[in-house]
Design a protein around this ligand. Structure first.
Ligand code: AMP
Ligand code: MG
Length: 269
């Protein structure tokens, strides 16, 4: 089975994360075995991005969500390192500012959507508004519970206007999170990453699991599918993400545009 099909949340399916193995490697034994494939995918990504940029007809929006220490930053670094920074933007969504809070929750998101020809990566996203916001009751249930449908409608508007959307949930186990947070404490070069929030949020693990399950179940649509990426092994996570991005871009039916100029007029002497 293709990796893309294996990790797709089929629209309408109910996700139980306990049934998705975060340590899965699809039978690939080691990082060493995966590296040539990853290198090949990175080159393909580069060429496809070039075509996307030249064609300027569609854009690609990549949404990354994960538990803390789930590997969002690492995924961006590894998979996207082969892209041309011109035409690729990363937007991180943090605690909303006062100005952002004065608007509807999609306001800050919509303006960060990539324009035609561009790739946009969301490090966290509008899904925070049904994840952290739900877990901590930052708004009442009657408010957040309407957001799943609103998000589907919002993503449909984008899709109908040439934005191809892929959403990745980087799935790690609670033990893997513990290991990674401990590494941050033990390794001086990782101390800068230590945030009290990560340790506090860990206590809400089960609530976060439920909130993610609902978001994945209710918002994987034909126009904006969710993928659950096994992310305990960073090399495998990178491989699956790169694979899905390449297949998604390949499906976009892109072509180099024909020049509107009469090129025969340009003669070099
Ligand atoms: P990080 O991505 O680790 O830099 O942290 C960003 C922080 O912003 C996380 O603790 C998120 O939970 C928080 N955050 C993101 N979106 C929202 C939101 N809509 N409302 C409240 N907090 C948010
Ligand atoms: Mg963090």
């Amino acid at each position: 089975m293709k990796l893309r099909d294996k990790y797709l949340v089929v629209p309408g399916a109910k996700v139980k994360l306990a049934r998705w193995d975060p340590g899965d490697t699809a039978g690939i034994d080691s990082k060493k075995e995966a590296l040539p494939e990853l290198e090949d995918l990175r080159k393909k990504l580069y060429d496809l991005q070039y075509l996307l940029y030249a064609e300027k007809r569609q854009s690609l929006l990549i949404v990354l969500q994960a538990m803390d220490a789930g590997g969002k930053d690492g995924t961006i670094r590894h998979v996207m390192s082969g892209l041309n920074p011109q035409g690729c933007h990363v937007k991180s969504f943090k605690v909303p500012t006062e100005e952002e809070l004065a608007h509807d929750y999609l306001w800050r998101v919509h303006r960060a959507v990539p324009g035609k020809g561009e790739i946009g990566i969301f490090n966290r996203s509008h899904y925070g508004d049904v994840l952290v916001v739900r877990v901590h009751n930052l708004v009442p249930k009657r408010v957040w519970s309407k957001r799943y449908e609103q998000i589907n409608a919002f993503e449909k508007i984008l899709a109908d206007n040439g934005v191809i959307i892929v959403k990745f949930f980087l799935h790690i186990s609670k033990e893997e999170q513990q290991k990674r947070l401990q590494e941050r404490l033990d390794d001086p070069s990782k101390h800068w990453k230590v945030s009290p929030a990560d340790f506090e949020e860990r206590q809400y693990w089960d609530e976060y699991v439920k909130a993610h399950e609902d978001a994945l179940s209710r918002c994987s649509t034909p126009w904006a599918p969710w993928y659950v990426i096994p992310a305990n092994h960073k090399w495998f996570r990178n491989l699956v993400v790169a694979d899905i991005l390449v297949r998604t871009l390949e499906d976009m039916d892109m072509r180099f545009p024909e020049s509107k100029l009469d090129l025969s007029k340009f003669v070099l002497d």
